[in-house]
Design a protein around this ligand. Structure first.
Ligand code: NAP
Length: 257
């Protein structure tokens, strides 16, 4: 059996919807106290209220994690309300599509700023508090897109998601002496608002390309995050876990016939 994580202080970035909301609720179910981070205060507040209705503890924090001030504000909120930080789920991300020939420098920089710089800033802002615990946990939401696969329109996104893994591997070495682990989840296509916004055709074609013939759920990713955050995963660091229903496996479409 896994040891209880009840009472642990958890920051989840990008927790107002999608995968982050699923992670926040899963940790709350496990008895953790959750800092719900997003730029939209109203959406973050609704998630915190949902968690309170479930009997959990959550504080909404409005912060842009692509900025130093935003990352510092979320870490400060965790200290103020929960007395420290045990677990950071660096999940916030954006995935606007643009083909390379049409992509502006501003579009490239925005994706890098949120997905990659935001991961660095979130980790750095939480480092002192994670170190105090002697068993801090960092879980990064990367993607199969970039580290393993590609998709037209997402060269900047894929680069940012692969970049997160490069960051993580050196971070794992730097943080190990403090007892902090850092690992990454690589989701396949997960049914979230962000993905639904790409349209029903995209959703249907993606489901048909997955050996399990369904898109993933936010709970599928949240369970993996909970595992990486567990006491029992304390000797795992710098690693990746693909959660994709087998999506990256087929050599060609014929493999799915
Ligand atoms: P989503 O539904 O669009 O939610 C994104 C979350 O991030 C929202 O809470 C959003 O809230 C927040 N956010 C965005 N920019 C932010 C910023 N600068 N500062 C703070 N919060 C910010 O996306 P999702 O599908 O759940 O994706 C979550 C993560 O999973 C991302 O890292 C994504 O790359 C990764 N992922 C998703 C899939 C998938 O199939 N959905 C697959 C692979 C990987 P605000 O807009 O209010 O800030």
């Amino acid at each position: 059996m896994f040891q209880s994580l009840a009472g642990r202080s958890v920051i989840v970035t990008g927790a107002s919807k999608g995968i982050g909301r699923g992670i926040a609720k899963r940790f709350a179910e496990a008895g953790c106290r959750v800092i719900v981070v997003a730029r939209s205060h109203d959406a973050a507040r609704l998630v915190a209220e949902d968690i309170a209705v479930m009997g959990g503890a959550a504080i909404p924090v409005t912060a842009d994690i692509s900025t130093e001030a935003g990352a510092a504000a979320m870490a400060a909120a965790a200290v103020e309300h929960f007395g420290g930080i045990d677990i950071l789920c660096a999940n916030a991300g954006i995935f606007p599509a643009a083909r390379i020939g049409d992509m502006s420098v501003a579009e490239f920089d925005e994706v890098m700023g949120v997905n990659l710089r935001g991961t660095f800033l979130s980790v750095r802002a939480c480092l002192a508090e994670l170190t105090k615990t002697g068993r801090g946990r960092i879980v990064v939401t990367s993607s199969i897109t970039g580290p393993i696969t590609g998709f037209p329109g997402w060269s900047h996104y894929g680069a940012s998601k692969a970049g997160q893994l490069g960051f993580m591997r050196t971070a794992a070495i730097e943080l190990a002496p403090a007892g902090i682990t850092i690992n990454a989840i690589l989701p396949g296509n997960i049914a979230t608002e962000g993905l639904v916004a790409l349209g029903p055709d995209y959703m249907a074609s993606m489901a048909s390309s997955v050996p399990m013939k369904r898109l993933g759920t936010v709970e599928d990713i949240a369970n993996a995050a909970l595992f990486f955050a567990s006491e029992e995963a304390g000797y795992i660091t710098g690693q990746t876990l693909v959660v994709d229903g087998g999506q990256v496996l087929p050599e060609s479409l014929a493999a799915l016939d």
